[in-house]
Ligand binder design. Structure first.
Ligand SMILES: [Mg+2]
Length: 235
């Protein structure tokens, strides 16, 4: 069977290459140690935080609360669950959590192996991430990812977010790519996959939790190594 090969790979960062959830968990566990909080089950603390954070984010996205409030409140409410009623501590915790986040280095499974092989194959690679400039560049540098990329586009710097086709177009132009030989790799169906569909390039939906999806991405896989069969490796 004919298999299509690609020479231009566009990647998302968080939860595609950089393991956001593990890094958040490690970061919070580290902070519990720094503040010497007497919690026996740090994993449970993180689970409680995640659930509280999710609810607060949903309210934030609806415009019901401000970001600064969210940054403190998610820790205030979690600490309160453990009998610690301390707004000041929650504020400090919230600030330090954000400061320390870009220094976490855990990558998603097989990332280095895949990027090394793609690079060797001669593929050109660009990174497109919705996020804050300073944080995302630090994550890339600290985790050793920056050297793989021929271009990096961060939404804050670009003034435009995925799924807008504008940011996909800029990324492809930055690596002198052509649409027919380009593929977007990402874990977020709306921002990464639908964005790439609208722009008109193929999509690799990285779907580690095997979420059901009806939208029909070009590829749907829970294993990033499947990308290796899609690049035009030298004969
Ligand atoms: Mg992502």
């Amino acid at each position: 069977m004919y298999k299509k090969h690609y020479n231009y790979f566009l990647f998302d960062l968080d939860r595609t290459l950089w393991d956001f959830d593990t890094n958040a968990k490690n970061n919070i566990k580290g902070l519990l140690d720094i503040y010497k909080l007497p919690l026996e089950d740090k994993d449970q603390f993180f689970k409680d935080y995640e659930s509280i954070n999710r609810k607060l984010w949903a309210s934030y996205e609806k415009g019901l609360l401000q970001k600064d409030f969210l940054k403190t409140e998610r820790f205030y409410r979690t600490l309160l669950k453990y009998g610690i009623d301390d707004l000041e501590l929650a504020g400090k915790f919230g600030r330090e959590y954000l400061e320390r986040m870009p220094f976490q280095k855990v990558l998603m499974p097989h990332v280095t192996e895949v990027l090394v092989s793609l690079k060797k194959s001669g593929a050109k690679m660009a990174l497109i991430s919705n996020g804050f400039k300073e944080v995302q560049y630090q994550k890339l540098t600290n985790s050793g990812l920056s050297n793989f990329f021929d271009a990096v586009l961060i939404s804050e710097e670009q003034g435009v977010n995925k799924p807008s086709p504008i940011i996909f177009k800029r990324a492809l132009n930055a690596i002198n790519g052509v649409k027919q030989e380009a593929i977007m790799v990402g874990d977020d169906f709306m921002n990464d996959i639908e964005g790439a569909m609208i722009f008109g390039i193929d999509q690799f939906f990285y779907n580690p939790d095997e979420l059901p999806c009806d939208g029909g991405p070009t590829y749907n896989s829970s294993d990033l190594r499947d990308l290796l069969s899609l690049c035009a490796l030298p004969q």
